[in-house]
Design a protein around this ligand. Structure first.
Ligand SMILES: N[C@@H](CCC(=O)N[C@@H](CS)C(=O)NCC(=O)O)C(=O)O
Length: 208
């Protein structure tokens, strides 16, 4: 059975959403961050970076949130455009940009003390850089009118967008401050799979 090594609200949230959408059986394995479970020798064998999540899918042991989403969408039809199409290129573009640009900047915002002695300054600068990235998400949704991030179909990109937007909820101008993005986030939240994951991870309101 598929196993997702997770911690509530961590980067495992996006793969958790996709697994629930796919509807295959899977087991959740809690990585106890309070006890440094992500740095235990057993966990480091799964992910030498000591980061959550890890997915174990038969012989496949895979880390990196976006890679896990791509892998799941490869194994289970219906969550990615056909290979070789313009829509597939768009899907790759957004998946990679979201993880290597927006997610990376959000990590600086969450852990500014890792970047410089003046953590408050790093956090403030990261937030300034995140705002126009969120504007890009708004512009993308306005361009095609939705309902999902790439257009008419919910894809593996949607859980990543939803998770990263959720992570901005405590910022001065969170993702939901943008009207088209706010309506989109509400649509994702209302999906039955999202509701089940929110309940399983016991995420308090507001979710985003
Ligand atoms: N690039 C990684 C980042 C994962 C990541 O930063 N996970 C966080 C939780 S959201 C974590 O495990 N942090 C533990 C730490 O930094 O010590 C991915 O996308 O999987």
């Amino acid at each position: 059975m598929i196993e997702l090594h997770y911690y509530p609200s961590n980067a495992s949230f996006a793969p958790h959403l996709l697994l629930e959408e796919i509807g295959v059986p899977y087991a959740l394995r809690l990585v106890d961050r309070a006890q440094q479970g992500h740095n235990s020798p057993e966990y480091l064998k799964l992910n030498p970076n000591g980061l959550i999540p890890v997915l174990v899918d038969g012989d496949v042991v895979i880390y990196e949130t976006a890679a896990i989403l791509l892998h799941l969408a490869d194994r289970h039809a219906g969550f990615a455009p056909a290979p070789g199409t313009a829509a597939r290129a768009d899907y790759y573009k957004w998946m990679v940009w979201l993880t290597n640009t927006l997610q990376a900047m959000l990590i600086h915002w969450f852990y500014p003390d890792r970047m410089a002695a003046d953590a408050a300054d790093v956090k403030a600068h990261a937030e300034v850089q995140i705002a126009p990235m969120l504007d890009q998400l708004e512009a993308q949704l306005q361009r095609h009118g939705g309902p999902w991030f790439l257009g008419g179909h919910y894809t593996a990109v949607d859980p990543l967008v939803f998770m990263l937007c959720r992570w901005t909820r405590l910022q001065a101008r969170p993702a939901k401050a943008r009207p088209t993005l706010a309506a989109y986030l509400q649509r994702v939240l209302e999906r039955p799979a999202t509701q089940r994951v929110v309940a399983k991870e016991q995420l308090p309101d507001p979710v985003y």
